[in-house]
Design a protein around this ligand. Structure first.
Ligand code: SF4
Length: 313
């Protein structure tokens, strides 16, 4: 089926939209079809920048993919914490090398391209800096994997029989979608299982620090659970698992907080739809998607933005 540009919503798109409209334009409109050989050079450039990632995200992804692997193969092979840690660290090294060797030039969607390399950031300026920065992320992964295997609140999850699993994140592609009031919503949970009473427990693995968006994200998963699995709110619990801190934080979900989250989703969809256009028909007008003013405190987001060369930041 031919790929067409369509409107979709996700919690991360919403947060990106809130942070900077121009960034949203680049990510979801400007770079559309930039993977095609015949695409205009500008689209190709925006698409390639949109694929940039950063080491903390890569490290988090390595942990996520290997926890998914742990659950997926458990019925045939019980992995040790050492094996999961080794796989995660090997993956981190291999992704770093892909970026350093510029393998992304062959395929921006298949190979890692680090913003740290693209923007020649200080953390990769010489051997010592690379060793220090790499060591930091090896430490992050080690803490996260050790946290997973040693958290008492996760013991029952680790020991649960595989037939109790409701959902295990795909270790190749982490996208899943459902429809909410006519809008496609992207959002794929990490892991969910059903206890003996039929109650569903959903876990979101975190390798970074707690953020204000975490509870909202769990509400989006509660919606996913209701729409995709038919699980009513009273039979659902969601948890943010801060692996490095060793904390399992239950999300307080009530009918009132759920209804507030759904209203928030509706508002966000409406605001995004107002600016939506079909990127198959051209690059559109970027004026309705303003940049963050360079002299505002919010412009600190530009320092970490993958598109900063397009904004001269
Ligand atoms: S560099 Fe700043 S203004 Fe430009 S897209 Fe990124 S966040 Fe927005």
């Amino acid at each position: 089926m031919a790929l067409t540009h369509e409107f979709a919503w996700s919690a991360s798109r919403a947060s990106n939209f809130k942070e900077c409209r121009r960034q949203h334009y680049f990510q979801y409109y400007g770079g559309w079809r930039g993977w095609e050989r015949k695409a205009p050079r500008e689209r190709q450039q925006i698409y390639q920048l949109g694929k940039l990632t950063r080491m903390p995200m890569v490290a988090g992804d390595c942990v996520h993919q290997n926890l998914a692997y742990y659950f997926r193969v458990k019925h045939v092979h019980e992995s040790s914490p050492e094996e999961i840690l080794k796989r995660s660290l090997d993956m981190l090294r291999s992704k770093y090398m892909e970026s350093q060797n510029e393998e992304w030039r062959r395929s921006a969607s298949k190979f890692t391209h680090l913003a740290e390399h693209h923007y020649k950031e200080d953390v990769v300026r010489d051997r010592d800096a690379v060793a220090e920065y790499g060591g930091e992320h090896v430490g992050r992964i080690t803490e996260a994997v050790n946290g997973f295997f040693s958290l008492p609140d996760l013991r029952w999850v680790i020991e649960a029989p595989t037939e109790d699993y409701v959902f295990v994140e795909d270790d190749q592609t982490s996208y899943d979608a459902f429809e909410f009031e006519g809008t496609k919503i992207y959002g794929s949970p990490d892991f969910a299982l059903r206890d003996k009473k039929g109650h569903v427990h959903l876990y979101d693995w975190k390798t970074g620090r707690p953020s204000r968006n975490d509870s909202f994200q769990i509400h989006v998963y509660a919606l996913y659970a209701r729409i995709k699995w038919g699980v009513p709110l009273e039979e659902f619990s969601g948890y943010d698992v801060y692996l490095r801190e060793g904390e399992v934080t239950p999300c307080m979900i009530t009918p009132e907080t759920m209804s507030a989250a759904e209203d928030e989703i509706r508002r966000s969809i409406a605001a995004m739809r107002e600016l939506h256009f079909n990127a198959d028909h051209g690059m559109g007008d970027r004026e309705p998607f303003p940049q963050i003013p360079a002299d505002s405190p919010e412009a600190r987001a530009c320092r970490r933005c993958r598109f900063r060369e397009l904004c001269d930041r």
